[in-house]
Design a protein around this ligand. Structure first.
Ligand code: SF4
Ligand code: SF4
Length: 81
């Protein structure tokens, strides 16, 4: 299991419930709250910091802040140095 400390900031105020962020996430970090028509950032520790959700949100509601110190980044593994 990936265990990173990426941070995903979500500002629901400008969210129009278009679902683009939910569809953009290819690894199920984002769930969908059907009742409130809003994304739920459920498994952030498994985020791959691809930023697809952020760039797909035309309302600017999402900010992904990668954890650059994470061991998930290959450049931090000795064998890649
Ligand atoms: S892409 Fe943006 S506006 Fe659309 S549901 Fe996601 S957060 Fe809301
Ligand atoms: S940055 Fe990528 S992996 Fe992480 S929540 Fe957004 S779309 Fe999913």
């Amino acid at each position: 299991m990936i265990n990173t400390k990426h941070v995903i900031n979500f500002n629901p105020e400008n969210c129009v419930g278009c679902k683009m962020c939910y569809k953009a996430c290819f690894i199920d970090v984002i769930s969908w709250d059907e009742e409130n028509k809003k994304p739920v950032f459920k498994y952030v520790s498994e985020c791959e910091h691809c930023n697809y959700c952020e760039v797909s949100c035309k309302r600017g509601c999402i900010e992904v802040i990668p954890d650059f110190a994470s061991q998930k980044f290959r450049q931090s593994f000795d064998i890649y140095r």
